[in-house]
Design a protein around this ligand. Structure first.
Ligand SMILES: CC(C)(COP(=O)(O)OP(=O)(O)OC[C@H]1O[C@@H](n2cnc3c(N)ncnc32)[C@H](O)[C@@H]1OP(=O)(O)O)[C@@H](O)C(=O)NCCC(=O)NCCS
Length: 169
């Protein structure tokens, strides 16, 4: 069911915190076969996603989980790597951020989605380092609403899995 907005909470749109960046894939970030080393791409994804989460809550965040990452296409040395991060969903203290990584080769006029990922960040208090409330998310476009609904279902599933795990422990 759609979460109702409350009057005492600040709401922000995904557009207000979205982050876009790009870099050139250098040999130091590649494996011996000349394509990107997965760990290097994960680090860039974590970085850009954390910036979007920080912009949403305007405070400190920690990565709580990287729940899905799909390496769909290789990225080659010399490719431009464009990353776009958007907050998909905001819970009470956590935010799900989606990242799309596009590989571009301007010399060959090529561009394709290489990697997609979903990450969860939790806002923490500067002093106590305990989770603190984040602004709500107000999706505006049809695409943002679709992402919000899908993210809400994933968040619910993750909570159920963690609670099952806790019961087993
Ligand atoms: C993330 C962290 C702050 C959560 O603290 P916690 O006391 O377990 O918090 P809670 O159980 O109260 O959960 C807080 C929120 O985080 C979410 N959450 C907690 N663990 C999560 C996980 N593994 N994946 C996704 N969400 C998670 C909860 O659902 C809750 O969301 P909500 O408030 O929006 O409903 C804590 O586990 C931590 O500090 N982890 C280490 C983070 C870190 O060092 N990251 C760097 C990577 S090495």
């Amino acid at each position: 069911m759609e979460k109702q907005e409350t009057p005492d909470r600040v709401y922000k749109s995904p557009r207000q915190s979205a982050v876009e960046t790009r870099f050139l894939l250098m040999p130091s970030q590649a494996n011996p076969y000349g394509t990107a080393f997965g760990g290097a791409i994960v680090a860039e994804i974590d970085m850009v996603a954390s910036m979007a989460a920080q912009r949403h809550c305007e405070g400190l965040v920690v990565t709580a989980g990287i729940d899905s990452i799909q390496f769909e296409q290789p990225i080659y040395i010399g490719d431009q790597v464009a990353l776009r991060a958007c907050v998909n969903y905001a819970g009470n203290t956590s935010m799900e951020v989606g990242v799309q990584v596009v590989r571009e080769n301007p010399l060959r006029s090529e561009s394709c989605v290489a990697t997609t990922a979903h990450l969860t960040f939790v806002a923490i208090d500067e002093t106590t380092r305990k989770p603190i409330a984040v602004p709500g998310l107000r999706p505006e476009t049809e695409e943002e609403k679709r992402r919000y609904d899908n993210a809400r279902r994933r968040v619910q599933r993750r909570k159920e899995l963690r609670s099952k795990k806790d019961k087993r422990a």
